[in-house]
Design a protein. Structure first.
Length: 135
């Protein structure tokens, strides 16, 4: 019979072999993939919640979440470019650096404004399309 130590040893060797596959991939590539993938997963999950909210509220909350997660930070540091601007803004609040707070907040608000503008033109396009099909 196989005892538990042998099973764990086999599982451990398999796990180390699996993790050794990532040694060939640069750290920056893994970090960017996790950041982008995590943002996409979070936005898809929030979409399933937002579509149940009243019409403008669902889209507005999705855009705000998108702006908070997808806006890159303007902080300095080795991996600062990989963090969302929300993290940079929170770091600025904790360290009481006004420049860091306002630069990250302005980046978030800029992305949100661009998304709101796109949403405005998209809704106008949809309304015009409905009017054309009705007449």
């Amino acid at each position: 019979s196989i005892n538990m130590d042998q099973i764990l040893a086999g599982l451990q060797s398999w796990w180390y072999g699996f993790l050794s596959l990532f040694d060939a991939i640069p750290e920056d590539t893994i970090a960017i993939t996790v950041y982008v993938g995590g943002t996409i997963v979070a936005l898809c999950c929030w979409y399933s919640v937002a579509k149940r909210l009243p019409s403008p509220l669902g889209a507005l909350t999705w855009i705000i979440l998108f702006a908070c997660l997808a806006t890159p930070t303007v902080s300095e540091g080795e991996n600062a470019g990989l963090a969302p601007a929300l993290i940079g803004m929170i770091f600025g609040i904790l360290t009481k650096e006004q420049n860091l707070i306002w630069s990250n907040l302005s980046a978030i608000l800029f992305v949100a404004a661009v998304c709101f503008l796109v949403m405005f033109f998209w809704s106008r396009y949809q309304n015009q399309r409905k009017k054309l099909h009705q007449s």
